[in-house]
Design a protein around this ligand. Structure first.
Ligand code: FHN
Length: 462
């Protein structure tokens, strides 16, 4: 009898023990599930973008074949707009696809260029306003795999190379303008005015399903860069937001969808005159065009590109700098050279850029001349370019574009300076520094250690 009671007690204890373990397991998996499905906070979502600061924009499409010239005549304006500027019919423009064979395209080389330039993300045109998909779309045969002799999906190859090199990958997608589609916005020469079109039919049948394809077939997409939100209502834009949030919740949306995005997109090549709060980006050209144009040789110099990068970072933004590859699949040599020069500068001075914050000063940006007005009637801004300041906790990075003789003087400094040195000096040898109240004077060597921008670090006492 006693042994029967003992056996049933052991049975009961074992049962309770097993239930406890099961409960714990269940609790654990619920907790895990909770972390998996918990939406990312906006700060967590923006983290990589705030750290990255410098990205490569690529405008590549079949417009790189005419490269700014149609029937022997130069066409004014940016290269990727040639169909619109020359009012080329869909029937005629479509024929470019059968000639597009960029056999020299090498995803590895493009990604390596971005890496060497110190860029942390790539955004490429998956479909520009001309409506041609630069990837294998099942939604429309008007794409690089089905309509060209090339038959490869370069975006797949780029996604793979980016993953290999630890570069984030994103897509430009023209959601509203589509000059190939009767109901897309923009092509009035073939299809008449936009207000007579069934724009929602175009969104439903092409743009929305293509965005779904891009977010499902290419691995993690860091951001999607919508553009020119013509006739996009808030409701229409929200449908894209829902698609992005459902398929890739961590994917950022730029500021040109037609509804508030995750960050602001400034105007093309428009760098603000002062610090701007919040997350933002300046899309910019390296010459004058976005898509390749054979007669555009107006390359920005490494000096100019470095200044712009520093200037933007000191004001709180990111720099998305564009290249326009040729119809053979080659990024023009001056883009390679000038980007790599910026990359060399970043190798030494990257600490002052990646994840860096805005200047605490502001006078270095320049002054408004209230006497003079620009075309829009606003006072003219006279920019100064001698120096800029970026920051990290406890550190001021003074970017000296013009090397001062003897010493550099800085006023309005909050707190005490502990140590100063040049980022280009591998030994980080302390420089002589004097401080009277908020005025700091740093003695400098005779010659600048960097011919573009020598970075002076001021370490502050806690
Ligand atoms: O019309 C486009 C243009 O072709 C280019 O893509 C730029 C890049 O920011 N966005 C539009 C104009 O702002």
């Amino acid at each position: 009898m006693q042994s029967k009671i003992l056996r049933s007690r052991i049975y009961l204890i074992t049962l309770l023990f097993a239930l406890a373990i099961l409960g714990q397991l269940a609790g654990c998996s619920t907790a895990q599930k909770a972390t998996q499905t918990a939406p990312l906070s906006q700060d967590a979502k923006m983290n990589w973008f705030r750290e990255a600061k410098f990205g490569l924009f690529i405008h590549w499409g079949i417009y790189s074949i005419p490269a700014g010239e149609w029937k022997g005549q130069p066409v004014a304006g940016i290269g990727e707009w040639i169909m619109n500027r020359a009012k080329i019919s869909v029937a005629e423009y479509e024929q470019l696809a059968s000639q597009f064979n960029p056999v020299k395209f090498n995803a590895e080389e493009w990604v390596k260029l971005a890496e060497d330039a110190g860029m942390k993300y790539i955004v490429i045109t998956s479909k520009h306003h001309d409506g041609f998909a630069m990837y294998h779309s099942k939604v429309s045969k008007y794409n690089i795999v089905d309509a060209t002799p090339f038959k490869r999906d370069p975006l797949k190859e780029l996604a793979k190379a980016c993953a290999k090199h630890g570069i984030r990958f994103g897509f430009y997608y023209s959601q509203a303008q589509d000059w190939h589609e009767p109901n897309g916005a923009g092509n009035t020469w073939d299809f008449g005015p936009d207000d007579k079109k069934d724009f929602d039919q175009y969104l439903r049948d092409k743009a929305e399903p293509q965005v779904k394809e891009l977010l499902t077939g290419y691995g993690p997409i860091c951001l999607i860069w919508f553009d020119t939100p013509r006739i996009m209502t808030k409701e229409r834009a929200q449908r894209f937001v829902d698609i992005v949030h459902t398929l890739q919740p961590a994917c950022l949306i730029d500021g040109r969808l037609g509804i508030e995005g995750d960050y602001r997109s400034m105007g093309d090549n428009r760098i603000p005159n002062t610090v701007v709060e919040g997350d933002w980006e300046v899309p910019a050209t390296i010459n004058r065009t976005w898509g390749y144009k054979k007669d555009d040789h107006d390359w920005k110099t490494p000096e100019d590109l470095t200044f712009k990068l520093v200037d933007i970072v000191s004001k709180g933004g990111n720099y998305l700098l564009n290249v326009g590859p040729t119809a053979e699949g080659i990024i023009p040599q001056p883009s390679h050279d000038n980007l790599r020069a910026v990359g060399c500068w970043l190798k030494v001075n990257g600490e002052s850029i990646y994840g860096a914050g805005t200047t605490p000063f502001g006078d270095e940006f320049g002054v408004y001349d209230t006497e003079k007005k620009d075309r829009r009637g606003n006072p003219v801004f006279n920019a100064k370019t001698d120096w800029r300041c970026t920051t990290k906790p406890g550190k001021l990075f003074i970017h000296l574009f013009k090397w001062p003789t003897g010493s550099f003087e800085l006023s309005k400094v909050k707190g005490r300076v502990n140590k100063t040195y040049l980022l280009a000096d591998p030994k980080r040898k302390g420089l002589n520094v004097q401080q009277e109240a908020d005025r700091v004077t740093v003695s400098l060597p005779k010659t600048a250690p960097d011919k573009i921008d020598s970075v002076l670090v001021l370490e502050m006492a806690n």
